[in-house]
Design a protein around this ligand. Structure first.
Ligand code: GLN
Length: 449
């Protein structure tokens, strides 16, 4: 009831799309009854959670922030949703996001912009902007988001909360509306590393319903949080605190942390990384290609927006449905994706980008053979003003430089809200570990927090 009240009070932030009041209260009553009957507490007993509007929860509306899915109700639940409920969590509502999770400001959304609770004239980041604000403004304890190219970590950074993107495949994607399938990850936002770790432990692990899920049973992260910290070997990729990072305050805050880590006996080493300039183009070639294919299913017949006009034939009907249902940014990406996959350009763009991705994966694993973690900013700037970044798609894409790296490499990353800008806005540090090393990642996160 406290959280329902919080949600009602925070309407102007526009972070929550649907409140699942009945189901949430029913789950709460069931948990109380279980306690009264002397049953043991579940791992997430009574933890109040929101889910991004891209996760299916049976019987509940899910729209991926798009007119395309207006009025649609999920016919099954995502594995992540099932695991939350089975662990005793209360799913209180769904959160606003950029359409089909494409965006960095939560302004590309059919349901209106979300406002940053630290300064309502600023964006919350995206695409999981509603999720970050839901945690920031105390509308839930934990928000589940998705991270294809930073959509959990970057809004966490802009809103001053913790954001986890696990290794690719660590949490099942079953029931997550696809954007780019070889990049998409379910992620967790919370107030502390311990909170995020506890939820990660419930969500992570193999799933027969997702063939790309990692097969090994993950080691619990939460129990490792307090264990002694041996001297750690940190790397930072050389361009990341130079020409790609325009904000002097972000640079100096992070360099300060480096100095503190060195004073505490850890090493912090600059590593030249000459693939940095290829990261954003590679990401946008591959994700738009995958998106153009994934979004082919929204034809307005099986599901999705069906136009009212009288189309002459099936193709005209598809065209009308998709022209009306999708927003500008989604259309732009479908066009980019079909272009890079088209016969004449496939080798020049798509194949080339796959080769670059393989190089990035190989170089990253080489770095982790010598280092425990990579440290870098989450975003080149603090949260921009509404309308500031979204006017020009290319500059918006370029601002993803620090986050898309982890998705290209398939490695886990944690955004930690460690700093405050002189204008009062929060920003953070990003910690990246090798694929499958979530235990170490959380341990380092808790140490730095
Ligand atoms: N800004 C990135 C993009 O628009 C983030 C997307 C995401 O992680 N869902 O592609």
């Amino acid at each position: 009831q406290h959280y329902l009240q919080q949600i009602a009070n925070a309407k102007p932030l526009n972070a929550i799309l649907h409140v699942f009041e009945q189901e949430a209260m029913a789950q709460a009553a069931e948990l109380d009854a279980a306690v009264a009957a002397g049953k043991p507490l579940l791992p997430l007993h009574g933890v109040v959670v929101t889910i991004k509007d891209v996760l299916n929860y049976e019987g509940q509306p899910v729209t991926a922030g798009s007119h395309m899915l207006e009025g649609y109700k999920a016919v099954y639940s995502a594995t992540a949703v099932k695991r939350l409920l089975d662990a005793g969590a209360i799913i209180i509502g769904s959160t606003n996001c950029d359409e089909f999770a494409m965006g960095s400001t939560n302004e590309n959304c059919a349901h209106g912009v979300v406002r940053n609770a630290a300064d309502p004239n600023r964006v919350p980041g995206g695409s999981s902007g509603g999720a970050a604000v839901a945690v920031q403004a105390g509308l839930c304890m934990i928000a589940i988001g998705s991270d294809t190219g930073g959509s959990v970590r970057q809004p966490a950074d802009y809103c001053g909360v913790v954001g986890l993107k696990p290794s690719y495949g660590r949490i099942s994607r079953y029931g997550l509306i696809a954007y780019a399938s070889s990049f998409d990850c379910v992620g967790v936002l919370g107030q502390s590393v311990a909170d995020v770790a506890a939820v990660y432990d419930v969500l992570a692990g193999p799933d027969g319903l997702d063939s790309t899920a990692m097969q090994d049973q993950p080691t619990p992260a939460v129990t490792a949080l307090g264990t002694a910290q041996k001297p750690l070997r940190f790397a930072w990729l050389q361009p990341t605190l130079g020409e790609t990072s325009p904000d002097a305050e972000i640079q100096s805050a992070i360099r300060n942390t480096f100095a503190q880590l060195e004073a505490a006996g850890h090493t912090v080493t600059a590593v030249p990384f000459d693939l940095m300039e290829y990261i954003v183009p590679t990401y946008y070639v591959l994700t738009t290609a995958e998106a153009s294919s994934n979004l082919g299913r929204f034809d307005g017949i099986r599901y999705g927006h069906a136009a009212k006009g009288n189309a002459d034939d099936l193709t005209a009907f598809y065209k009308q449905n998709r022209s009306e249902g999708f927003g500008t940014e989604v259309k732009r990406r479908i066009m980019l994706g079909t272009f890079v996959l088209s016969a004449g350009y496939f080798d020049a763009y798509f194949t080339k980008a796959q080769q670059v991705r393989a190089k990035i994966v190989a170089e990253t694993s080489l770095i982790f053979s010598a280092f425990d973690a990579i440290l870098m900013p989450v975003s080149p700037t603090i949260a921009p003003l509404l309308g500031e970044l979204n006017q020009d798609p290319v500059s918006m894409y370029l601002a993803d430089i620090y986050t898309v790296f982890a998705n290209l490499a398939g490695i886990p990353g944690l955004a930690l809200p460690l700093y405050k800008h002189s204008n009062g806005m929060p920003f953070g540090l990003q910690v990246l570990c090798n694929r499958g090393e979530e235990v170490l990642l959380h341990r380092i996160g808790a140490y730095l927090e």
